[in-house]
Design a protein around this ligand. Structure first.
Ligand SMILES: Nc1ncnc2c1ncn2[C@@H]1O[C@H](COP(=O)(O)OP(=O)(O)OP(=O)(O)O)[C@@H](O)[C@H]1O
Ligand SMILES: [Mg+2]
Length: 382
């Protein structure tokens, strides 16, 4: 416990994020839903740009006001410059984009198809259309495809990647494997060949619960699309290996020491448990864990102790006294909450030794504009 306290104090004066934002090539902000991934990604990118790096932030479903503040345009599906005072005079720059998973999928098909005819056949296929716009995991996969494309372009010193609002933060890491399994036409052919010979009843009769692909075929298609499934895999012929190869290259890049995962959590039990789980998984996959951000921490300033008898006197001494007594009580609750949060953070750190931690207070307002990002950045890089 004492050792952990020392560690917490030691990391406080210089934020571990400063080094990462100055040196990493890719920073991935991950964590469970609603904890502050998008805000953190945007604030880190802004800080790095202002520190002189050519930076791009790839956001996923940002809140509308933040998207407007960054001038994000869903229709573009490619990075564009964020115009800010002071940026552009030095070497640093900030580009931002908002991922459109369907557009990204279409672009991947267009880019890697053998010829325009193959691309057209896939894009017009109804099974593909459902797959690319509704399937869980597609967003995560397309974030990886976009990351690959941006990294290959070598236009940026630093890419900051936001991750989708999934229930489980691990989905981001598992998505490529799941989608690859799904797109593996060999598995599909094994499954579908006898079904085509003897009709749909065969498909229903099979025990199909084993692979992601077969589960999805069941869920997405309904029997009216079954013919389109076959046509899709026929049209997709030859593209699977490319998907698999790029996913492998992105994995390699994610494991590279120039990448840093920043796990974001809030000080509530479930978010911290998810963070610990995610940290363990990153370590098991040999992915570099850069820092833990505990966001929306409650803080209570120090207030002189007022004994109960004195409080009772205050409460009985007119409106001002009552207000003061109420404020003291509120402060007590805040102190209890803040202490419980610190206990939970310390407990988590026991399980993830040597992890740099940044604690960010709950700000009085949402992070929805550039001033908010700078305020958040002030805490992230304090
Ligand atoms: N330190 C903070 N203080 C106050 N509000 C914050 C803070 N950090 C983030 N917020 C707000 O919390 C909300 C959630 O933040 P954000 O959208 O960044 O989370 P997320 O993890 O990306 O969510 P999702 O999983 O839905 O994508 C937003 O309204 C944001 O403005
Ligand atoms: Mg988000």
């Amino acid at each position: 416990m004492t050792a952990t306290r020392t560690r917490l104090r030691r990391t406080a004066p210089s934020s571990p994020l400063g080094d990462l934002a100055r040196t990493a090539r890719i920073i991935v902000c991950c964590g469970s839903g609603g904890v502050g991934k998008t805000s953190t990604a945007a604030a880190v990118a802004l800080w790095a740009a202002e520190a002189g790096r050519r930076t791009c932030v790839l956001t996923i479903d940002p809140a509308r006001r933040l998207a407007q503040a960054l001038g994000l345009d869903l229709l573009a599906n490619s990075p564009h410059p964020v115009r800010l005072d002071g940026l552009g005079n030095g070497p640093g720059s900030l580009d931002a984009m908002m991922l459109d998973m369907r557009r990204t999928f279409d672009e991947v098909i267009e880019r890697y198809a053998r010829d325009p005819d193959q691309a057209d056949r896939i894009l017009a296929n109804r099974f593909y259309q459902r797959l690319s716009s509704t399937l869980a995991g597609t967003q995560e996969y397309m974030a990886m495809e976009k990351l690959y494309e941006l990294h290959e372009s070598q236009r940026y010193d630093l890419l900051v990647v936001d991750t989708p609002p999934t229930r489980s933060a691990l989905d981001f890491l598992d998505a490529p494997d799941n989608l690859n399994e799904l797109l593996d036409a060999r598995a599909f052919r094994l499954l579908i060949a006898p079904a085509q010979r003897i009709g749909r009843g065969y498909l229903r009769g099979l025990n199909l619960a084993t692979t992601a692909m077969t589960k999805m075929v069941r869920r997405v298609t309904g029997s009216e699309l079954l013919a389109e499934v076959g046509e899709f895999f026929a049209a997709f012929e030859g593209m699977y290996d490319g998907f698999k190869e790029r996913a492998g290259l992105v994995y390699d890049q994610l494991k590279h020491p120039s990448t840093a995962f920043v796990v974001v959590a809030t000080p509530e039990g479930p978010a911290l448990r998810e963070a610990a789980y995610l940290a363990g998984r990153l370590a098991a996959d040999r992915m570099p864990l850069g820092a833990l951000v505990v966001n929306r921490i409650h803080r209570a300033g120090s207030v002189p102790r007022v004994p109960a008898a004195a409080r009772a006197k205050l409460a009985a001494a007119g409106a001002d006294g009552r207000l003061l007594a109420d404020l003291l009580e509120l402060h007590d609750s805040l102190e209890t909450l803040a202490a419980a949060e610190q206990r939970r953070v310390r407990d988590l750190l026991e399980t993830v030794p040597n992890l740099g931690v940044v604690q960010v207070p709950l700000l009085p307002d949402d992070v929805h504009d550039v001033a908010g990002l700078r305020r958040l950045g002030g805490h992230l890089f304090a």
